[in-house]
Design a protein around this ligand. Sequence first.
Ligand SMILES: Nc1ncnc2c1ncn2[C@@H]1O[C@H](COP(=O)(O)OP(=O)(O)OP(=O)(O)O)[C@@H](O)[C@H]1O
Ligand SMILES: [Mg+2]
Length: 286
Amino acid sequence: MKKYKDIAGDGGSNIVGQVEAQQARLSERLAAVHAVVAIVSGKGGVGKSSLTANLACCLALGGFRVGVLDADLNGPTMAKMLGVRGQRLVFASGGVEPPRTSLGVKVMSMDLLLPSDSAPLTWDAETQAEAHTWRGSMEASALREFLADTNWGELDALLLDLPPGTDRLVTIASLVERLTGTVVVTIPSDVSHLVVRKSITVASQVKAPVLGLVENMTGLFPGPDAALLARDAGIPFLGRVPFDPALAAAADRGEPFVARAPESAAARALTAVAEKIRAAIAAPAS
Ligand SMILES: Nc1ncnc2c1ncn2[C@@H]1O[C@H](COP(=O)(O)OP(=O)(O)OP(=O)(O)O)[C@@H](O)[C@H]1O
Ligand SMILES: [Mg+2]
């Protein structure tokens, strides 16, 4: 087996050229997208995906052309939550046609590409140890490909559902030059605040502005106030989404909760958060 030191240059693969070409396609593709917003939290399970799905639906109900990229390659949930699981992808000459939800939201997720329910994402490498070493850069290439090769068309907003972890945003920010902003999510617990404080630091360091902090699952248990966390961090507080089992049940059924139960406190809170985000990204009406 050749060692890296045995390879002259890039071994003739023109890997740099390929990446540059893909990055150029990505930039061209995203030129038709008015705003790209990443939903982030260093803490797992706080409701990033639920928030992404519901914000997408709120924006679509308000007349926005919306896309969602599931940037969680290992634990993709967007296709399920948005009710497009199992839909076949259509490969056209210009790229892959993303499935659309009942509200017209375009969705792209690793879940639409994996062959079965139980198949995890694995990376090709000589050994699993090597795959582990390369995972970060392979994830970045997979995301670059997703963004570049999906026919998003003209969009007012593309929402990115990030996996948990403080470092993931940095990868996305390196791919998407025109990241419009980030939305940080927490739940009312000291443990979550401890981690999310770091996420806010990372989010503040990427070029895009932090659009604000959302408290999710309010009322599930008593805990620290996210409005204070936002104030201390100097970022906007976007609101509190109450804990509502009906929201989780709708996600499990792949139904748009905000459209099914618009009068519920949780739907009203989500609509108010979406309105603040809409105002912050100020898409032109078209
Ligand atoms: N406000 C809420 N009320 C009730 N259930 C909720 C609420 N928000 C999220 N959930 C439920 O909590 C679970 C975790 O939510 P979700 O998958 O959106 O979190 P996540 O932050 O994306 O997780 P991960 O870090 O694994 O990506 C899901 O079953 C979801 O339906
Ligand atoms: Mg998630």
